[in-house]
Design a protein around this ligand. Sequence first.
Ligand SMILES: O=C(O)CCC(=O)C(=O)O
Ligand SMILES: [Mn+2]
Length: 363
Amino acid sequence: MAASSVVRGEDAFKKVFKFYKRKSPPPDFSDVTDFSKGLPSDKIVPAVLDLSAVSDSEAARAGLQPVKSWRAFGLQGYPGFIFISNPFLRGSQPFWIRQCLKTYPQKPNVCNLDMHMSPSDTQDIWGQSVHGLSSSPSGKREPKTLLERLRWVTLGYHYNWDTKTYSANHHTPLPADLHLLSVQITAACGFPGFSAQAGILNYYRHDSSLGIHVDESELDHSRPLLSFSFGQSAIFLLGGVRREDPPTAMYMHSGDVMVMSGQSRLFYHAVPRIIPALEMEGHRMALFSQDSTLGGVLSEEDRLLCTRYIQSSRLNVTVRQVLGPGQRFPETPSPPQKTDASQAGGVPGQTSQRRKEEEESSL
Ligand SMILES: O=C(O)CCC(=O)C(=O)O
Ligand SMILES: [Mn+2]
């Protein structure tokens, strides 16, 4: 059976999610759209970019190819959805991978480990993982490094997984490099003036998935949501405004960028499966060739650790504008004093997994 045989009807999205999540026997992937292969499908249309919005030298500063070289597509039936097939300069992805693994998890940013560890224990996740990740496997089961236990990091306006809100009270500066990258992508896609205010980084192991959801916590839905993928490939499902709408499945490979804007901004989506790069002919990890000097040349140690990590993992960065121009957060009464985990909405630390498991647990 192919996924396309799932017809519109009661929670068609969940049926397709289960189809692609199945381990044994592995699903039929013949319906999965692969934008890296160009335009063979009648569902894929070229996306129109604003070639004058970003100069070639500005693009290079963010590790991007000149906009005229980007391969950008739309998908019939998904207004506002833009897929840019790896617009990064050869060799610039290692910079972004290192930022996601070494820089962005640092304080004052927030990560899942902070939910049950003290700030002093999580302040140098990279440093504490170097030894464990760089030593060769001894055969016996080693405890997981902090880096291997990292599941999410929030940036800018920090997302509260319990209340599903952002607030004015919990904000730290969004990294300037990620802001620059996001502004360039959005400008080329026809959204001048995008202000990157929040980021959510997801760290996927080979058996991770992300449940069916809509990103609606941002207060201004007229601004696009950006998504960057690095490392192992994945299957992304994009549905509609209702769970009865059967989703379209597509591959996301390392370097791919998605822009969800217009109607697609509020469409259901999910990641049911990570696909090891070895299974993706043509997407083996030729990532660490160094023709781009973005951020300087990686040290041997950084290169080794990033390569080790990415051989079995996928990184996803979403960048969001939370508030429209001049918009403010609604006044909220001060939160009640937290005395124990039940008042915090659950056991601390489990919030990290909740989003990934909430759909699966009800499947
Ligand atoms: O990992 C992905 O590609 C999707 C991430 C996502 O949808 C989210 O963080 O809201
Ligand atoms: Mn999402």
